[in-house]
Design a protein around this ligand. Structure first.
Ligand code: FES
Length: 98
């Protein structure tokens, strides 16, 4: 079972392979949103861009970037992802709210 390490929070969670990163974080009470995103986010449909995270390690263990991410993150580093568009396939380390 893959492990996600949330660096800022010092928390590790076990995730079933193929599960959605945003949903897993929320289910484990890990806050991925800054204030604006907390108040209004798109609910995981790739529209708001507020669920951005930084992948510190293990990018190859996550699903490939989607077209939505390519659009929303075009001026961001390659290590940035939208949590709601990311499926977990293996171990990874994540920084929330980069
Ligand atoms: S929750 Fe809106 S883009 Fe991810």
């Amino acid at each position: 079972m893959p492990t996600l390490t949330f660096v800022n929070e010092g928390q590790e969670i076990f995730v079933s392979r193929g599960n959605n990163l945003r949903q897993e974080a929320l289910d484990n009470s890990i806050s991925i949103y800054k204030l604006k995103g907390k108040l209004m986010n798109c609910g995981g449909y790739g529209q708001c861009g507020t669920c951005v995270i930084e992948v510190v390690e293990g990018m190859s263990n996550l699903s490939p970037r989607t077209e939505v991410e390519d659009r929303k993150l075009q001026r961001k580093p390659d290590s940035y992802r939208l949590a709601c568009q990311t499926l977990v396939q293996g171990n990874a380390s994540i920084k929330t709210k980069p």
